[in-house]
Design a protein around this ligand. Sequence first.
Ligand SMILES: Cc1cc2nc3c(=O)[nH]c(=O)nc-3n(C[C@H](O)[C@H](O)[C@H](O)COP(=O)(O)OP(=O)(O)OC[C@H]3O[C@@H](n4cnc5c(N)ncnc54)[C@H](O)[C@@H]3O)c2cc1C
Length: 404
Amino acid sequence: MTAARTALVIGGGIAGPATAMALRKAGIEATVYESYASAADGVGVTLTIAPNGLDALKVIGADEAVLGIGQPLVRGQMCDGRGGRIGDFPGPAGLPPSRGLWRDELCRVLHETAEAQGVRIEYGKRLVGAEESPDGVTARFDDGGSATADVLIGADGIRSTVRGLIDPRAPEPDTTTLLNFGAAADIAVPSDRESSYFVFGRRGFFGYWVQPDDRTAWFANLPHDRPLSSAEARETSKADWLARLRERYADDVPCRDILARTEADDLVVLGSLENMPKVPTWHRGRMVLVGDSAHAPSSSSGQGASLAVESAVQLARCLRDLPDPRGAFAAYERLRRERVEKVIDRGNKVNNSKTMGAFAKAMMKLMMPVMMRTVLNPEKTLGPEQRHKIDWDAPVAPPEGAAV
Ligand SMILES: Cc1cc2nc3c(=O)[nH]c(=O)nc-3n(C[C@H](O)[C@H](O)[C@H](O)COP(=O)(O)OP(=O)(O)OC[C@H]3O[C@@H](n4cnc5c(N)ncnc54)[C@H](O)[C@@H]3O)c2cc1C
């Protein structure tokens, strides 16, 4: 194969526009194909971009646009639902703070920045199949259209179609019985405006931060008797879900006040949280995965979007420097797999803490001062994740044994 000059990027969430911008910087022309009819609007709740994600955004010239939305979150505070504090988690010293923002706003600014850089984004294009030839790869879309390029990049999220085209035996995400909700409430609960709060309430977990506009952005995980897709969850009215959330958190402060000041129309109903098993095969021939399609950490890691942008940048470096896409994809996997899998493992540990019982929570409170100095030391737990920097200019070495 010869070096890639053109790319089809499937998916216009976070990884898609980031990959297209990084490829353009590497001299590769990329078009993004998104299944939705328009950029995300009101889709998803809050997420965070960690310092490593901001650093990767800087490489592709998108950091300033992202710093123009959301708010800095300097530390996390863990609370018990009775107004008591369990512990404090500042970020590693000397790094810029993480940024808390709404997913649809992040998508919007990434789309705008990509288009301003000359990336073409086509909407209403759902990939349904792909065929390779010696000269390229052709994507087929559900509107009957097709497109051909040197490589095809699956930035199509946790329920990726490209993943199954690369490896028909690839795992699918497991759905959990924890349903995911969020909204912005018309109340500014007492808070330190630079903190995000994680409440381990009597009967559930609840997260929030107070925005500069005096509204409180929140998300909650409601246990349910069976997993529900987002479409199934939306069969129940928002008013009904909000009533159930209010009942669930009736004894927890400030959750009950936040829920009391949330309008049903504003509730975002996302369905079950999903856990993605490790994906054994990231690439085949001219096709490769980037972002959640390859490595979807739990939302508890706070790293999904940041890792997606990092992978976008590393993939573009590899395609820039290695003449054969297969060698480039192997080098990309070598640069990324160990790092993303460590983050996934940490996110899974945090998830377990969200569902722990009353006894474990009481023990955690007692142990917290010791844990803060040892296992929860922010430098030890978050330092390796958040201090990560990518040197765009450094040449990528070919993987061992690769023909160059
Ligand atoms: C609807 C939605 C809501 C989300 N809400 C949150 C949230 O509230 N909090 C949070 O932390 N994370 C959320 N995420 C996940 C978060 O965006 C990702 O973890 C992370 O940002 C990595 O982004 P990604 O681009 O790899 O995947 P995603 O952001 O999932 O983007 C994948 C994109 O690919 C598109 N796509 C999928 N299949 C095809 C196809 N066959 N053809 C063309 N396009 C396709 C999707 O429409 C989507 O735009 C959400 C994702 C989605 C899709």
